[in-house]
Design a protein around this ligand. Structure first.
Ligand SMILES: [Zn+2]
Length: 225
């Protein structure tokens, strides 16, 4: 899954309006931000096999540290706790932890059974990647829903707030469609380095969010929670 994770971050702004979309994106996408580094370090493994699924040519051979449910829970605790110690916002810390876990729950819908619950355990996955149009519709539907919630809970302060967001969403759609219909990547090293570029999406979200303000209703709901 790709766009769906960004959708989760966008949607979370309505329950954590004072938390930057950059932070929310980091949390929702953390295990995919970590994975390329673990690939480069040789700690996790993937294989390119065109046609492995109708949508995705990757066979995830070994990724217990980034993509087992047990590891994801541990990451959620660590990242939620780190956020709480710096910001003292319990609600935001819980939302951030939940976003870290949401990544695995969204992945399990599209992945074929390759996601371990515990490292070394039986892998699971509902395999929606074998239905290309349905998988794409799900990604784009989630993104539309997440974007709508984000727009409803924030308002643009200037042009960057308005067009920076529009460009961000459009870019995610383009990448999602390219991932769905494009050629397989040339090598695992290429996957890992292109994967590192996702940090730029975190920076982009951080930047555009500074040019938008939470709407009153969203602020009040957090204040009274
Ligand atoms: Zn993932």
């Amino acid at each position: 899954m790709f766009a769906g994770h960004f959708a989760a971050a966008l949607a979370a702004k309505s329950v954590a309006p004072r938390t930057s979309l950059g932070t929310l994106t980091f949390a929702a996408q953390w295990i995919d931000l970590l994975w390329p580094t673990l690939l480069l370090a040789g700690l996790e493994r993937v294989r390119i096999e065109p046609g492995a699924t109708a949508t995705n040519p990757l066979v995830f051979e070994h990724y217990p540290w980034s993509h087992s449910l047990a590891a994801v829970f541990a990451w959620a605790l660590v990242i939620g706790a780190l956020h709480f110690t710096t910001r003292r916002n319990a609600r935001a810390a819980v939302v951030i932890g939940a976003l870290v876990v949401s990544h695995w729950l969204l992945d399990v819908v599209v992945h074929v059974p390759d996601l371990p619950v515990v490292p070394g355990g039986t892998p699971v996955g509902a395999g929606l990647w074998n239905h290309r149009e349905a998988a794409l519709l799900l990604e784009l539907g989630l993104l539309a829903g997440g974007a709508a919630l984000y727009v409803r809970s924030t308002s643009a302060l200037d042009r960057i707030g308005r067009w920076g967001l529009a460009a961000f969403i459009a870019f995610l759609v383009v990448i999602q469609v390219a991932n769905t219909f494009g050629d397989p990547p040339p090598s695992v090293t290429a996957i890992a380095w292109v994967g590192q570029l996702q940090w730029l999406l975190v920076a982009w979200a951080l930047w555009l969010d500074r040019h938008r303000a939470p709407r009153m209703a969203a602020r009040l709901s957090e204040a009274t929670a």
